[in-house]
Design a protein around this ligand. Structure first.
Ligand SMILES: [Zn+2]
Length: 372
């Protein structure tokens, strides 16, 4: 697909093209296949498209979900001129995730042409804005309520049923401004933030040695953005840190905040002049779908049938976040399964074309089981 669909909310300089042209293209393909097409805009110029293949009974409904937006193309010569070489397709969005959109359409066409016997609905969703604030899937879960979902983010054709969440926490240390020549009057908010950072570094070390979550590995934190002080000759009155804490299944955003507040409490116990506060700025939950969830069993069976009849690949977890967490939180049992490739968000992105075809086949087998 030679269509620019850079997320317009990303990047400071140039506004991305957005998802509208790609969404219109996908809606056309869905009409060609014979799906009932629902095309709406959760925000102006930011459309979602859902194609529905209606079942003829009251079987379980299954959604396939892929995002239409991509990240930016800085440093790429011809990001939207696909190059096919050695079974790979190169270009921005090839793996993340236009290859997956193609697989979903191929699978829908296959079901439409060869299956008349599905009892439940299959919903093919192409959503906006996953690379920024996920307004697409947030609007989708308000409008549709599928029993199960497969989010087709790239996973090298492994079944992912757990991934991490994240929390942005804003911390502020409070100092007192004074001229640099008057040390008795100043309180240095930047130095106080230094104490916080040193404690957070120790906390991060202890997190990484925690017993790792079986599927996603240990939690972590880092000091993403730091800003403090106005001038070299002035004691900094305030210092601000926006840190990120990556959470594992079982941890909430509030747990992460409490951990940070414990650090601040210890520091203020040790020094009356130390003053600081912390609050949650933004958070996204984790994904954890049980091994025996019906959507996991159906997808596993589809994978076995397509790839390794006697030796199904083991389930795995991912360290990155996806829209699967939003679907799961809305009550839809959800797994993640997508094609092979590399170079997401870099200047050399590619998808393995054979794995796109295999993904389509797995989706077909999964729907036949799940929506039977
Ligand atoms: Zn993606």
């Amino acid at each position: 697909m030679r269509i620019d669909s850079i997320n317009p909310a990303l990047g400071a300089d140039e506004r991305g093209a957005g998802e509208a042209e790609l969404a219109a293209y996908i809606a056309d393909r869905m009409h060609d296949i014979g799906l009932d097409v629902d095309h709406w805009e959760p925000a102006p110029g930011r459309p979602n498209v859902v194609g529905v293949l209606s079942g003829d009974g009251d079987g379980r409904s299954l959604m396939w979900n892929a995002h239409t937006d991509t990240v930016g193309v800085e440093g790429m010569d011809a990001p939207f001129t696909p190059v096919r070489q050695n079974g790979r397709l190169y270009g921005r969005g090839a793996q993340d995730m236009k290859g997956s959109l193609a697989a979903q359409l191929i699978a829908a066409r296959t079901l439409r042409e060869f299956d008349t016997s599905l009892s439940g609905d299959v919903l093919v969703a192409a959503v906006a804005d996953e690379e920024h604030k996920s307004i697409g899937t947030e609007a989708l879960v308000d409008r549709y309520d599928a029993d199960g979902a497969v989010v087709t983010e790239p996973t090298d054709l492994k079944l992912v049923r757990a991934h991490k969440g994240f929390v942005w926490i804003d911390l502020r240390t409070q100092g007192r401004a004074a001229h640099g020549s008057r040390p008795a009057e100043g309180i240095d908010a930047n130095m106080h933030m230094g104490r916080v950072l040193s404690k957070l570094e120790a906390l991060n070390r202890s997190l990484s040695s925690d017993e790792a979550h079986a599927l996603v590995g240990p939690p972590s934190l880092h000091a993403g953005q730091l800003r403090g002080g106005d001038a070299p000759s002035v004691y900094a009155a305030e210092c601000h840190l926006r840190m990120e804490r990556r959470t594992v299944p079982g941890e909430s955003a509030e747990d992460a905040l409490e951990e940070v507040q414990t650090v601040l409490h210890e520091l203020s116990e040790a020094d009356d002049a130390f003053e600081a506060e912390a609050e949650i700025a933004f958070s996204r939950g984790t994904l954890k779908t049980p091994t025996d969830a019906t959507v996991a069993s159906a997808t596993r069976a589809g994978l076995s049938r397509t790839l390794a009849p006697n030796n199904p690949p083991p389930d795995t977890g991912a360290s990155f976040w996806t829209d699967a967490a939003l679907l799961s939180a809305a009550g839809t049992e959800t797994v993640v399964l997508g094609p092979k490739g590399a170079g997401l968000h870099t200047t050399e992105e590619w998808v393995d074309l054979a794995s796109v075809a295999q993904l389509a086949e797995v989706l077909v087998h999964t729907a036949r089981r799940y929506c039977a």
